[in-house]
Design a protein around this ligand. Structure first.
Ligand code: HEC
Length: 168
């Protein structure tokens, strides 16, 4: 019995060790563009919120904690980062057309208000990323102001079918 257990354990350790060979690519996408943090109009409070709560998954400024280098956790973490950057990447902000920016800003406010972002799985190990009511207000005031500025540049027909009217 204990022989069997020990053999099972060794097999597990072996699998775990071999898994370490398979590491995801953690290189950021080529950083030719300029980031949202280079925008002169970005308010300091907003900049701080994006840095502490979003930048790990939505920019090239990802900080990889030690456990994110251990397979299979590394695969899960890299997957979230890939997917997050795939939706939008704050480090490539200058690549985005006004319409794209508009939609991203719109979704940012929606996602944080619904509590969908930052991803729940991220929070236990990143308590600093939790957003309080004040943070939400700061973010959504910022996205709405910027969206108002963008509206003239994208013509008068941004697709607002999913948008609820502003109440402030
Ligand atoms: C742990 C990684 C992680 C963090 C941190 C994170 N996101 Fe995301 N984000 C993702 C992933 C993965 C997706 C795509 C999957 C999904 O929609 O659930 C995503 C999608 C989004 C989308 C697009 C949703 C859509 O339906 O198109 C928005 C907007 C967004 N995130 C905003 C934010 C904001 C704002 C923050 C910071 C307050 C943030 N995220 C923090 C991983 C993250």
């Amino acid at each position: 019995m204990s022989q069997k257990l020990r053999r099972g354990f060794l097999v597990l350790i072996g699998i775990f060790a071999v898994a370490q060979v398979f590491q995801p690519d953690r290189q950021p996408p080529s950083p030719s563009a300029s980031s949202i943090w280079d925008e002169p109009t970005l308010p300091t409070e907003v900049s701080a919120i994006l840095s502490r709560a979003c930048s790990d998954c939505h920019s090239n400024r990802t900080e990889w904690p030690w456990y994110s280098r251990i397979s299979p956790i590394s695969w899960l973490v890299a997957h979230d980062v890939d997917e997050g950057r795939g939706h939008f990447n704050f480090s490539q902000w200058s690549d985005y057309e006004p319409y794209r920016r508009y939609k991203i800003l719109e979704e940012i406010c929606e996602e944080v208000e619904e509590g969908e972002m930052p991803l729940a799985i991220y929070l236990p190990l990143h308590p600093e990323a939790k957003l309080d009511a004040e943070d939400l207000r700061t973010l959504c005031t910022w996205t709405r102001t910027w969206m108002d500025e963008l509206r003239p540049q994208i013509g008068d027909s941004p697709d607002r079918s999913e948008d609820h009217d502003h109440d402030d």
